[in-house]
Design a protein around this ligand. Structure first.
Ligand code: CTP
Length: 407
């Protein structure tokens, strides 16, 4: 899921001015406004007069909880000041941005309220082009986009996919979730915390096949590891995520995902990536045992009982601990009893720099749920308790601790 929203609270209280131009993608703007309001941003909308043919000002006014501005003068002869609107905005987002508006923005055109506001704006400006593929690829459009970027405006890249014309190609406006994610990461105060760092993260369960239709697995949802991968990317890191079989996740743009099924596949993908890694965080719930043999055909129900012989899988974390050089290596420990003692044992035995302890005895912690409560323990034995909160927030805390303690 490209460019998914990851709910970073950095848009709370921001004044966001949206400029809607006359493209069919304008039908997605009510959803964008709704998402931004949910993030607790204040939203005002300006439209070009032709945009009203694609989405009604009333819809946008109800959702944004503000009047919508289309002209310089209201029906009761009040002036809609482009200067005041530009000064109000912490950020101006022009979405959808048609080829016509891009061209006028690039060359100082000023024949409507939206363009006058653009020329007046001193805040950061984002623009999300939306048009048919040949218009998007045309050298004049490319030149206009480059021109706007040279002014310091931020492109929200168009997606590839089916267009309103029925053609397939690049030119679809970015999805509202992706626009929100790009804005949130722009305002995220920790966006450069892990810049220049290469992170390797494992997440999810592994499935060990018994026969072509059955496996030994566990209930890991992958949520904690994916939250770490997303947050690390938002902090500017280059992220490789080795992900076991899970339900689909929202994964932010730029995270390189290697999907695997078995512990052996996870071992191979992780070992290969480790050499080029600065920080490895192994959050996957890897099967400790796999069937000694995998039956080539479905096992038939012939006997009253069935004994399975299991063989140990490779301990990926221990193997990386044995070969690590300058890399930081962080493990997870999911425990149900003697939690601290077991976690510290793993920290030493597997040659880790730190371990994140999850206790299944803590309500709201562990598999499947959206929250977690952990203790971060470093090699020196120092412990930091992180209270119950969302996995996104836990990920932010863990990565901040890694930064503060080791980098
Ligand atoms: N781990 C791993 N490879 C395995 C087993 C575990 O990389 N084959 C990693 C996990 O990703 C986690 C850490 O080791 O970071 C601890 O996993 P856990 O299942 O809690 O511990 P185990 O070492 O398997 O020990 P035990 O099952 O006895 O608690």
């Amino acid at each position: 899921m490209k460019g998914a929203a990851v709910n970073i609270p950095s848009l709370r209280g921001k004044n966001i001015l949206i400029g809607v131009t006359a493209g069919i993608a304008a039908y997605k703007i009510p959803h964008l406004v709704r998402l931004l309001v949910k993030e607790q941003a204040s939203v005002k909308v300006i439209m070009t007069p032709d945009a009203e043919a694609f989405v009604t000002p009333l819809t946008l006014s109800v959702l944004s909880k503000h009047p919508v501005y289309t002209t310089f003068e209201s029906e009761d002869h009040q002036w809609h000041s482009h200067v005041a609107l530009a000064q109000w905005a912490d950020v101006f987002v022009i979405a959808p941005a048609t080829a016509n508006t891009l061209s006028k923005m690039a060359h100082g055109g000023c024949d409507n309220l939206l363009l006058a506001t653009y020329l007046s704006a001193k805040c950061p400006v984002f623009f999300a082009p939306a048009m048919d593929l040949d218009m998007y690829a045309h050298p004049s459009t490319r030149a206009n986009i480059a021109q706007l970027e040279s002014y310091g405006n931020h492109l929200i890249p168009s997606d590839y996919g089916e267009l309103a014309s029925g053609l397939v190609g690049e030119g679809r406006m970015a999805e509202p979730e992706a626009i929100v994610a790009q804005l949130a990461s722009y305002f995220f105060p920790k966006k450069a915390l892990l810049e220049g760092k290469k992170l390797l993260i494992t997440a999810g369960p592994t499935y060990e096949m018994l026969d072509p239709v059955r496996f030994i697995g566990n209930f890991s949802s992958g949520k904690m590891g994916v939250a770490l991968a997303n947050m690390a990317a938002l902090m500017g890191a280059e992220v490789t995520l080795v992900l076991g079989p899970t339900a689909p996740h929202a994964i932010v743009q730029g995270v390189k995902v290697h999907s695997v099924v078995s512990a052996q596949q996870m071992y191979e993908a992780t070992t290969e990536a480790f050499a080029h890694t600065d920080i490895a965080i192994l959050a996957a719930a890897v099967a400790d045992y796999k069937p000694q043999v995998q039956a080539p055909q479905k096992i038939k129900k012939k006997t009253d009982s069935l004994t399975l012989e299991l063989a140990k899988t490779q301990d990926i974390l221990a193997s990386l601990g044995a070969q690590k050089q300058q890399q930081l290596l962080i493990g997870f420990a999911l425990e149900t009893e003697n939690e601290l003692e077991h976690a510290k044992g793993k920290l030493t035995r597997k040659h880790l720099d730190a371990i994140v302890l999850n206790s299944l005895n803590d309500p709201g912690a562990g598999f499947s749920v959206d929250t977690n409560q952990v203790t971060f323990i470093t090699r020196g034995g120092r412990q930091e308790a992180i209270a119950l909160k969302s996995k996104r927030e836990i990920a932010e805390d863990i990565l901040t601790l890694i930064h503060d303690k080791f980098l």
